[in-house]
Design a protein around this ligand. Structure first.
Ligand code: URA
Length: 242
């Protein structure tokens, strides 16, 4: 395979970043410095190193899971099925874990990886990673609620950062609505608590996006796939892929 493709797959950076790193003579194949990404390598036989560190092929792996309800966002649990139980043997061997948590009854986008630096960056408040949730609500959210979300909802233990509430559909007869809520933090039960503070209840919650990643609508509940090269590039451009 091409050396640049190998380096992107190892999580070293985007294709553009990898090109620069190669120019800076930071990559060796066997004992020679290689500066062209077009160089063909045999990832099973060649020793490829970056800044003196030998790279295992697929040192890091990245999965997008459409988390179903009833499954715990953890890697082990005595009583319940975990999100790791849904993934393949490679994920288990490579000690993949979920990047952040979704409640047991929350569905949707969950990124799983063994790249601790990426997980740390995605969850860091400094990186401002927006998460968009779709929520089915019992009760009608109002323009006043939109303003309150924008101002920062005050909860018992902390004040939320300004959040976006978009009312998608409203059924005044049934007194229900469907909303999209964008938050940057990820405190315990945050969305449910923000909605409850306005006197309404979240009855279903699904995460649609996390930073540059969007839930693939071809993934059924419980299904997963590896991130594509394009998605890895998007994470690198977002400055969270280290
Ligand atoms: N907010 C919640 O209340 N629950 C989740 O699972 C995620 C965000």
């Amino acid at each position: 395979m091409r050396l640049d493709k190998f380096l992107v797959a190892c999580g070293i950076g985007s294709r553009t970043e990898v090109k620069l790193l190669l120019k800076k003579k930071t990559v060796r194949v066997n004992d020679s410095i290689v500066t062209s990404g077009k160089t063909q390598v045999d990832e099973t036989a060649d020793t490829i190193s970056y800044q003196g560190q030998v790279l295992g092929y697929e040192q890091f792996v990245y999965y997008m899971l459409n988390k179903p309800s009833g499954v715990i966002s953890a890697t082990e649990d005595k009583a319940h099925k975990t999100v790791l139980d849904l993934l393949d043997d490679t994920a288990k061997k490579k000690q993949v874990f979920p990047v952040g948590r979704l409640d047991r009854d929350t569905t949707g986008l969950l990124l799983m990886t063994n790249n601790g630096a990426l997980a740390h960056a995605m969850l860091s408040p400094k990186k401002h990673v927006d998460k968009v949730y779709e929520a089915q609500i019992a009760g009608l959210m109002t323009p006043e609620d939109v303003e309150a979300f924008e101002a920062g909802i005050v909860l018992e233990d902390f004040t939320c950062q300004p959040a976006k509430l978009a009312i998608i559909t409203s059924d005044s007869k049934k007194e229900t609505c469907l909303v999209h809520i964008t938050i940057r933090e990820g405190k315990f039960h945050q969305v449910k608590r923000m909605v409850a503070s306005r006197g309404k209840t979240v009855v279903q919650l699904k995460r649609l996006t996390m930073g540059p990643l969007k839930l693939d609508d071809k993934l059924a509940l419980g299904a997963y796939r590896r991130l594509t090269e394009k998605e890895l590039e998007a994470l690198a451009a977002f400055d969270v892929l280290l």
